[in-house]
Every structure is written in C-alpha cells, then in structure tokens.
Design a protein. Structure first.
Length: 227
C-alpha cells in the first residue's frame, strides 16, 4: 500500500534468526539484554498493530481498508473487502485481488484477476502488475506484451511508469519469491524488449542504476501497484 513497506520482524526471524544455529557468542551476554531486546521488539510490534487498527477504524474507503488489512496480515478480511467492490469498482477491486494472489504466489489466479481488472478499465498500472504475474508464471513473452501495452496506452507517462518498476527493484529488503524472485537485470531485459517492440529507445540510465542490475532478487509481488 501507499508508502507502507513494513518488515514483519517475527516472520523475518524465521528466515534470518538472530543467532545462527550452533554458533555460541564469544562471551556471555550481559544480564538480560537479549530478553530485553526481544521484549522491546514485541512491544514495537504491538504498537504497530495498534496503530494499524486505529487507522483502519478511521478509513471509510473500502479499497484503502483492504490494503491496510493486507499489511496487518488479515488477508481473508482484505479479500472480502475487495470482493465487495467488484461490482461498483471492478477495475481497482480486481487489481487488488490479483495482488493478494500474487502475494501468495498463485500466478494463475493473479493473472485472471488482472485480466478482469483490465477488461473493466485498461489502467497502465494494472498492465505492469499483469506483466509481473506473467513473469512469475514463467511467461516472459506475456510479460513483455503487458509492458508494451503499458508503453503504448499510457502515452507520455508510459516510460516513467515502466522505468519505475526497475527502480523499485533496488529498494526495500531482499527476499525470495515463489519463482525465486526477480532481479533488476531481469526486469531490465523485459523492459528493453518492450521498448524494442514499441520502436522506442529506452532512456539512458546512469552508471549507478546499471550497477544495481546485479542486486539480489526480490519477490515479484514486491513491485505490485495497489489501486
């Protein structure tokens, strides 16, 4: 959701434990420092949850509420919020349902939802989401086609929107998606193919951006646009 990129610390510990198994500290930890640190983390998590719930109570936009529910980990409730809007706001609602499927790595369901969103309203941002879902499903030709459609239909805003997904690949924490994630270099290959098909020259990229192409893969769902 807009501006909300939150690391779930307790979930992260499952992948990156605070101390590797079998490795003992070189000297005893003073007093109850470890326990106090863990308690502080738990308290911070509880405060974050409370803030999210308070925000949820104030929001009247059902789509925004669904996004906050997603961040809070209440995906069933989020799905219900989005499904309730598929008649009145089919474009955004189906897009966000596609994002929920992408978060779960269910690429067929994500692609179907994005197709329904595009049928209701051909939003270039949904074309980007559909491209990422196609990539997640192993369909690079389909991914390139959706990026091309974004360039073709977004007019002057198309290049900036397409370039944004490559820039997003260098921000946030690293992780692995259902398909092993996507690297900036893989995104760049798809984007360049779409530019070539559109008969357009890709924007010149600074050296720092080219160096970031070898960055660690991020989950494909990390790039999704919420509406």
């Amino acid at each position: 959701p807009d501006g909300l990129h939150i690391i779930e610390i307790r979930e992260a510990w499952k992948t990156w434990p605070a101390t590797a198994a079998g490795v003992a500290p070189t000297r005893p930890i003073a007093g109850d420092l470890a326990a106090r640190v863990k308690n502080a983390v738990e308290a911070a998590h509880a405060a974050w949850q409370a803030a999210g719930e308070a925000m949820l109570a104030q929001i009247r936009d059902p789509l925004r509420s669904g996004q906050i529910l997603t961040v809070l980990g209440r995906t069933d409730a989020a799905r219900g919020a989005f499904e309730a809007q598929t008649t009145s706001l089919p474009g955004p609602a189906w897009n966000n349902l596609g994002n929920l499927a992408a978060l779960a790595g269910d690429w067929p369901a994500a692609r179907q939802a994005y197709d329904r969103s595009l049928a209701a309203h051909d939003d270039p941002r949904v074309q980007i989401n559909a491209a990422l879902a196609a990539f997640g499903a192993g369909d690079e030709a389909g991914a390139t086609e959706h990026i091309f459609q974004c360039l073709d239909k977004a007019g002057d805003a198309g290049p900036a929107l397409v370039e944004q997904i490559a820039a997003m690949g260098t921000s946030g924490g690293a992780g692995r998606g259902a398909r092993g994630g996507v690297t900036p270099a893989e995104l760049r290959r798809l984007v360049d193919s779409a530019y070539q098909r559109a008969g357009k020259a890709a924007p010149t990229r600074p050296e720092a951006a080219r160096a970031s192409d070898q960055a660690t893969a991020l989950p494909v769902s990390r790039y999704c646009h919420w509406l």
